[in-house]
Ligand binder design. Structure first.
Ligand SMILES: [Zn+2]
Length: 608
């Protein structure tokens, strides 16, 4: 009896304990939900928050370039790629190149169109590779005597008389995140050498379709390595592909990255925009206002919930053309509150787009005849007054929010407008304009960096719902180069035929969903950040100084300008990473690893 009673007592105690634990879990989960929707995952820091410095690395890479048009483009691209990978390098023009330029180096990048320019120095260069160094052909030289003479040493057994028109890209191994999907080339031309290769070549990228023209391959040459980049698209949208080619050269390659994905919604919240509603009418039988609430927002909201995206909305107070005088406040706030609060409740964030959609440019600014409906501001004071009204409006509607991100209307901003933001609106810490330069010279394009005035540049790489193959290419390129995704959409993309309105919202949303799914599967470790969290991530990336020390079995990193975390991609071409101290490591693609440093000294074991 006694024993039974005791057992029952213990039984009750266990139930009680389980109950208390469960109650605690529920409470803490609830608190976390509230907490995470308010607190930033990654704070924006001040200049003096970054401490320590490391002595600079010795340059081990030399860039040899020719001053013709292709050589100049290649030099521009490679200079950007190497500097942002924090690979110190020296450079020399091909005509002045001597063997001395190779002394103390282990890697050469060749951006030369006419190899005859190098004469016998080409043989010296190849002999230097044979001794155990690495050489990247950044683009295909002209198919002339100098090239034909060395082609076999690059693994080339035959070269066609004409160049090959590459209509698509196909990865033969998954060296880049997301490379399982072929990419079509949007404006194909005869771009690449039509080559056949020997069996010792490892091909990583080839033309999609029947030609299978090799586009990036690697081959041993003596004790050294040659990588040949036959892609020949020397522009910003392809930097990640050339970065990939470079990273295949040596045993390991490690470079700092951002690790962040941000989705912006421009003009949101805003008054109901104007536009051609015929497509909405015929597809849904409703007006623009109802379409936005019942279809557009419902769809993009649910997509974000499914993939943990936290949108950054950019507020427009009024679609007026006013550029002087007193700026009246918009009294029609229902939509602002409804959409704004819903976005914030899901952990999103709001930033500034403008009082209206007139770019911050003074009267003498030249739109080059491209924006007929746009007006210039009468003075910097008028710009300031309009932003003060926007600031007041936003604070009144969303008193708990801080507004750190500014997106220039139509991606246009003047020096005056930029200076105004930096000086008079210190809460604005980031400007998010375009990453890829636009066809017109009016747009403001940026790199992921911090400018001297402390303003953080968090450019948007791709946009809209059409998401054509060029955008998909740029997205994949940047997922490798910087480990970053930035996308912006406008609600009124659905009303503009140039942005795909005629395809209908069902198709446009299918494309957005397809992209988001691809991104998620390409790199599940990619962090979903708001605009200001991305600002914090770009600061940590930009301020970082790195000193690498490598031996047969390990990589040691000493980090300067380190605050609390730093991210890297590590490509290991020979072996695989083992244990790590000072951080964590996970696989991102074949031979590619995402490294998080949590200490300023990091050691990664490499098992060869
Ligand atoms: Zn806009």
């Amino acid at each position: 009896m006694k024993r039974k009673k005791k057992l029952r007592f213990i039984y009750l105690q266990v139930i009680l304990a389980v109950y208390i634990i469960m109650f605690g879990v529920v409470l803490s989960v609830g608190r976390n939900v509230l907490y995470s929707s308010k607190k930033s995952m990654l704070s924006i820091l001040n200049e003096n928050d970054f401490s320590g410095s490391v002595s600079p690395e010795k340059a081990q890479t030399v860039l040899i370039w020719e001053g013709d048009e292709t050589g100049k483009d290649a030099r521009t691209e490679m200079t950007a790629i190497l500097s942002q990978m924090r690979i110190p390098f020296t450079e020399t023009e091909a005509s002045g190149f001597t063997e001395k330029d190779l002394s103390g180096r282990n890697t050469a990048v060749l951006a030369v169109t006419d190899l005859n320019l190098l004469g016998s120095r080409l043989t010296s260069l190849l002999n230097w590779v044979i001794e155990g160094n690495s050489l990247l052909f950044l683009y295909s030289p002209d198919n002339e005597a100098g090239f034909i003479a060395i082609a076999d040493r690059l693994g080339i057994t035959g070269v066609g008389n004409t160049l090959s028109k590459v209509e698509g890209l196909h990865f033969t191994s998954s060296i880049m995140p997301g490379s399982g999907r072929d990419l079509a080339v949007s404006d194909p031309y005869r771009s690449s050498l039509e080559v056949t290769l020997d069996d010792e070549c490892e091909v990583f990228l080839e033309a999609a379709g029947s030609s299978q023209t090799p586009l990036i391959w690697r081959r041993k040459l003596g004790d050294g390595t040659v990588v040949f980049d036959n892609l020949n698209f020397l522009e910003k949208a392809y930097r990640g592909f050339h970065c990939a080619a470079f990273s295949l050269l040596n045993r390991d390659c490690i470079w700092p990255v951002i690790n962040g994905s941000t989705f912006y919604i421009d003009d949101f919240p805003s008054p109901v925009p104007e536009g051609d509603s015929q497509f909405i009418q015929s597809e849904f039988g409703m007006d623009i206002k109802d379409f936005y609430t019942h279809h557009w927002w419902k769809d993009v909201y649910n997509l974000a919930k499914k993939y943990n995206i936290r949108y950054t909305g950019l507020v427009i107070e009024d679609y007026s053309g006013q550029v002087s005088g007193v700026f009246p406040s918009n009294k029609d706030i229902t939509r602002f509150q409804y959409f704004g609060n819903m976005l914030l409740r899901e952990g999103g964030e709001l930033g500034f787009h403008g009082y209206n959609h007139m770019p911050l440019v003074p009267e003498n600014f030249d739109y080059l005849g491209m924006y007929d409906s746009y007006r210039q501001w009468v003075s910097v004071d008028a710009m300031r007054d309009s932003l003060n009204e926007l600031d007041r409006f936003c604070r009144e509607l969303f008193p708990e929010e801080e507004f750190h991100v500014y997106v220039p209307p139509s991606n246009i901003i003047s020096e005056e407008g930029r200076a105004l933001l930096a000086e008079d609106f210190p809460q604005i810490r980031a400007i998010a304009s375009l990453y890829l330069p636009d066809d017109n010279d009016v747009s403001y394009s940026q790199d992921f960096t911090v400018t001297e005035d402390g303003m953080v540049q968090t450019p948007r790489i791709i946009s809209g719902y059409v998401l054509d193959e060029y955008m998909r290419t740029a997205a994949m390129s940047e997922l490798y180069f910087h480990c970053v995704n930035t996308h912006f959409q406008h609600p009124d993309d659905t009303l503009d035929t140039d942005r795909g309105a005629a395809l209908g919202w069902t198709e446009l949303f299918r494309r957005l969903t397809d992209y988001v799914e691809w991104l998620h599967n390409a790199l599940p470790q990619l962090r979903n950040l708001t605009g200001s969290e991305l600002t914090g991530a770009v600061q940590r990336y930009d301020k970082l100084q790195i000193r690498r020390e490598e031996d047969d079995n390990s990589i040691h990193l000493s980090l300067g300008g380190f605050k609390d975390e730093a991210w890297f991609y590590l490509r290991v071409n020979d072996g695989k990473p083992g244990r790590m101290t000072g951080g964590t490591i996970s696989q991102a693609a074949d031979g590619l690893y995402l490294v998080k440093a949590t200490m300023p000294e990091v050691e990664i074991e490499i098992i060869r």
